[in-house]
Design a protein around this ligand. Structure first.
Ligand SMILES: CC(C)(COP(=O)(O)OP(=O)(O)OC[C@H]1O[C@@H](n2cnc3c(N)ncnc32)[C@H](O)[C@@H]1O)[C@@H](O)C(=O)NCCC(=O)NCCS
Ligand SMILES: Nc1ncnc2c1ncn2[C@@H]1O[C@H](COP(=O)(O)OP(=O)(O)OP(=O)(O)O)[C@@H](O)[C@H]1O
Length: 194
């Protein structure tokens, strides 16, 4: 059983994913794997350099600030980059999932509904939190600005749109409540898997 875990930037996806991990559930963080593949795959690298120029990499490392500045301010570049990276991540996930032995796996993906990825999940969990809290967390966590965060938010669906298509919603405000919600969903999923 594949359970997609999504939510807007700073909602707490990774925090929630770690709670599932603590319950013994295998977790795949698509964003991390995407970045690893972008650094490692010669084919991806060649395509990204063709699209963005040599500045896409510094030595052998993905030039993240350079790419973020382009793609989050120009949807056409974002779509072209997604078209290069996402199919590779999908294939990498397939291989990973076939090696797991668990009642279900969690696939954490920032962009799920936006590109139809939810169709390949048995269930979807969306993590939500008020925008003010998300902004506050991100400004504390990252060396970023309000402007940069808003540019990313503009490329993601709203919580309302995601919630409508989700099987479960986790409201991540107080960590203790979040843990309780994770445990309840975990128990429900274990029953569904039988
Ligand atoms: C553009 C990149 C290099 C910028 O890196 P940077 O370290 O500055 O930002 P970070 O990775 O922390 O991303 C910030 C936030 O942007 C959002 N985000 C990431 N990729 C995307 C995307 N393709 N579309 C919309 N939002 C995205 C996420 O909420 C993420 O948490 C990086 O985001 C990236 O490699 N993205 C492509 C991988 C991808 O598509 N991931 C999404 C799920 S597979
Ligand atoms: N309930 C909470 N209480 C306090 N801090 C939290 C809570 N949930 C998450 N955080 C903090 O907020 C920040 C963002 O959380 P997290 O990284 O899990 O979000 P994310 O949705 O995975 O982010 P991104 O979209 O950037 O990948 C982190 O620094 C995390 O420690």
């Amino acid at each position: 059983m594949i359970v997609g875990l999504t939510g807007g930037i700073g909602s707490g996806k990774t925090t929630v994913a770690n709670e599932f991990k603590a319950l013994g559930i295998p977790v795949y963080i698509a964003d991390d794997e995407a970045k690893k593949l972008m650094n490692r795959s010669k084919i991806i690298r060649r395509k990204l350099v063709k699209l963005f120029g040599e500045d896409a990499y510094i030595n052998d490392t993905l030039n993240r600030p350079f790419l973020a500045n382009i793609i989050f301010n120009d949807t056409s570049y974002l779509e072209q980059m997604n078209a290069i990276v996402h199919p590779k991540v999908a294939r990498h996930f397939e291989k990973w999932v076939n090696k797991q032995n668990a009642p279900y796996v969690i696939k954490e993906v920032a962009i799920l509904f936006e590109n139809g990825g939810h169709k390949y999940c048995d269930y979807v969990i969306t993590v939500v939190a008020p925008e003010t809290i998300r902004l506050d967390r991100l400004l504390k966590r990252d060396d970023t600005t309000l402007e940069k965060i808003k540019a990313i938010m503009n490329n993601q669906w709203t919580d309302e749109e995601k919630v409508k298509l989700s099987d479960f919603v986790i409201e991540n405000i107080e960590l203790k409540d979040t843990k309780d919600q994770v445990r309840k969903i975990h128990n429900t999923l274990l029953k569904k898997g039988k």
